[in-house]
Design a binder for this molecule. Structure first.
Ligand code: MN
Ligand code: MN
Length: 306
């Protein structure tokens, strides 16, 4: 049997990495021994912390696959965020929690739910299929749900996520609150990164109707620490705007302790942010109280106002 490559989105986060491992394991449980967990980019600090903590090997790094290969997408479905030749691959399954941006000319298994994390959907799939959840698998699932929901504080959090965290922390035998805060903090350490790397850590290309944009999110325990690099960040952002021909670039600097975001906005259509949030940008900056979710509190509001 041919291999099935399981991977999350480019610039992978903890959900994309752990979901590829957990989904490949589910496939094994269901009899598809040839499922291999893969990743489309380097691990971020938070994910490194998670894999080290539980002593789990990182998925295999892939850059391209032969046309016609079987793949399973997790934590994304948008071709823009996926492997470059996706249109020539055979998508067997999708397990996701994002809006649907995929069109295929063939039928496939598609499971997406409006929950906080792909791992919450996977948790349900394990339950539905009566599959064994090991301590290791539970720990990985738990880490991703904490990561995507910022310890269940993000407005993307649903009752399903809360139930999954409760069940999984029992299996994993982990006090999720203290572990989760340490994990999130590990992810905010930017000291080893160049400006270009910071601007690519969690960058998503999202168009608000005709407005071409990138929204990048950086988590921190201290917004002023990140703003010490403001001049360099702006220089880097302007280069990306020029290179990608963007109308707007939004850097969302999210305070994970207080659940707010400062936004640094550049581009010809920076006015859209002022209109959408009824704020005035000062030196390209504005504080968005209570905004922590790009998916729920940025993308829809910006699209509506574009
Ligand atoms: Mn993700
Ligand atoms: Mn996710």
């Amino acid at each position: 049997m041919a291999n099935t490559y399981v991977f999350g989105h480019k610039s992978p986060d903890t959900d994309s990495i752990t979901s590829s491992i957990v989904m490949a394991n589910l496939e094994h449980e269901l009899g598809n021994e040839e499922a291999i967990s893969c990743r489309l980019g380097n691990l971020n600090k938070e994910t490194e912390y998670v894999l080290n903590y539980f002593n789990v090997e990182a998925p295999k790094l892939i850059e391209n696959l032969e046309d016609g290969s079987d793949v399973i997408l997790v934590d994304h479905n948008s071709p823009a965020e996926s492997i470059d030749n996706l249109e020539n691959l055979n998508i067997k399954k999708v397990v996701d929690h994002h809006k649907i941006a995929l069109e295929t000319s063939y039928p496939l298994f598609y499971r997406a739910e409006a929950v906080g994390c792909t791992e919450t959907v996977l948790f349900k799939l394990y339950e539905e299929n009566d599959c064994f959840i090991s301590k290791e698998i539970a720990s990985l699932m738990l880490s991703a749900i904490i990561s995507d929901t910022l310890l269940l504080k993000s407005p993307t959090t649903t009752d399903d996520d809360i139930r999954a965290v409760e069940e999984l922390s029992k299996i994993a035998e982990i006090d999720y609150e203290s572990y989760g805060l340490e994990m999130l903090k590990a992810g905010t350490d930017l000291s080893d990164f160049s400006i270009d790397e910071i601007l690519n850590l969690d960058a998503k290309q999202i168009d608000f109707k005709d407005v071409k944009s990138i929204v990048n999110q950086v988590n921190t325990a201290s917004i002023p620490d990140v703003l010490e690099m403001k001049d360099e960040l702006e220089e880097g952002i302007n280069k990306i705007i020029e290179k990608e021909n963007l109308d707007i670039f939004i850097l969302l600097i999210t305070d994970i302790v207080n659940s707010n975001s400062e936004i640094l906005v550049l581009g010809e259509r920076a006015d859209l942010v002022e209109k959408a949030y009824n704020v005035k940008l000062e030196n390209n900056l504005a504080l968005l109280e209570g905004v922590v979710s790009r998916k729920k509190q940025v993308v829809p509001i910006m699209t509506e106002n574009a």
